[in-house]
Design a protein around this ligand. Structure first.
Ligand code: 8IG
Length: 271
C-alpha cells in the first residue's frame, strides 16, 4: 500500500481509538461497522442487544456532536453472535475539522477489526417517485466536495465501491429497494435548484453532505461497503417549498422501523 506520514498518523490515531474501544466495551474485535446518519439514529435500538454504549468523545481524537439529530454515541451490539460497532452520528466536512476528523470513525472501525462498513445517511432525492421516507441503495457516488480524504499518492481503485454483493443481499431482503447515485456536497447549505439540475445532468439521483469521503477511506483500508440513503426530502426546486432540517428529522422517525428491520437483517446475513 502506498502511504505517507499523514496516512500513518491518521491510522495510528484510529488504532489508539480502537484500543480504547476494546477496553471500554470489553469486546476485543468487531466484525461489522454501521454509521447511522440523519434519520437513521432511531433505528439503532432495533439492531440487537446493546453490550456497551458511551459518547464518542470517550475515545481518542473524536470531537463532540455538532448537529441536532446526531447523538454522537458509539454502541457495541451483539446481533445474534455478530459483533457490530455502531456510530450514532458522524462528523461532517462542513464542521471544518478537516478530512481526518470526517473519516476517523471509519478508520477506527477498520482498526477494530471490521471488514464490512455500512454507511447510512439522510439525503435529498432527485427522483420524484421517491417520497420522503424512501430507502435507496447507493450504487455509486459523485464526490463534489472538491477534496479527498486520502493523503499522498494513494491510488485507490473505486470500481464497485458500493459492493454489488451487499446490494444484492439487501434486495433479497427488501426486493423493492431502488438504487441511486449519491452526490456529496460540502454543505452546510442545501443546493440551489440550478445545482440540482447540474447533478441530474451528470447522473446523480441523491444529494447529501456525507458518505462519499467515508466510503473512499473504507475502501482504502480494504473494507467492503454498503451505502444506504434515506430520502427525507425532494431535492431543491422539486417540491415547491423550502427545505427544513426538522422535516428531515421527522421523516427519519417515521421510517425508523422499516430501516431498523432492514439493517438488522442485513447485519445478521452478511458475515
Ligand atoms: I437530510 O437536499 C438532507 N441532507 N446536500 N441536500 C443535501 N443534503 C441533504 C439534503 C439535501 N437533505
Amino acid at each position: 500500500m502506498t502511504s505517507n506520514d499523514a496516512t500513518q498518523q491518521a491510522n495510528n490515531r484510529a488504532g489508539e481509538a480502537a484500543a480504547a474501544l476494546a477496553s471500554l466495551s470489553g469486546v476485543p474485535n468487531h466484525q461489522t461497522a454501521v454509521v447511522l446518519g440523519s434519520g437513521w439514529v432511531p433505528a439503532a435500538d432495533l439492531l440487537g442487544r446493546t453490550v456497551a454504549e458511551f459518547p464518542v468523545t470517550d475515545l481518542p481524537y473524536f470531537t463532540p456532536a455538532a448537529v441536532q439529530g446526531h447523538a454522537g454515541m458509539v454502541r457495541s451490539i451483539d446481533a445474534d453472535g455478530t459483533a457490530v460497532l455502531v456510530f450514532l452520528g458522524r462528523t461532517h466536512l462542513y464542521e471544518e475539522r478537516g478530512v481526518d476528523a470526517v473519516t476517523h470513525a471509519v478508520r477506527t472501525c477498520a482498526m477494530a477489526g471490521c471488514q464490512i462498513m455500512v454507511l447510512t445517511n439522510g439525503c435529498g432525492g432527485l427522483d420524484a417517485s421517491w417520497v420522503p421516507g424512501t430507502p435507496v441503495l447507493i450504487r455509486d457516488h459523485l464526490n463534489l466536495t472538491g477534496t479527498s480524504p486520502l493523503h499522498g499518492a494513494d491510488f485507490v481503485d473505486l470500481t464497485d465501491l458500493y459492493s454489488h454483493r451487499l446490494r444484492a443481499l439487501c434486495r433479497e431482503i427488501d426486493p423493492g429497494l431502488p438504487e441511486g447515485v449519491y452526490a456529496q456536497f460540502r454543505g452546510p447549505m442545501y443546493e440551489t435548484p440550478a445545482e440540482i439540475q447540474m447533478v441530474r445532468a451528470i447522473g446523480g439521483t441523491l444529494v447529501g453532505m456525507s458518505t462519499a469521503l467515508e466510503a473512499i477511506v473504507a475502501r482504502s483500508l480494504g473494507m467492503e461497503i454498503l451505502g444506504l440513503s434515506l430520502v427525507t426530502n425532494l431535492a431543491a426546486g422539486m417540491s415547491g417549498h423550502a427545505l427544513d432540517h426538522l422535516e428531515v428529522l421527522a421523516a427519519g422517525r417515521a421510517a425508523a422501523t422499516r430501516m431498523g428491520d432492514l439493517l438488522a437483517r442485513v447485519i445478521r446475513q452478511i458475515p
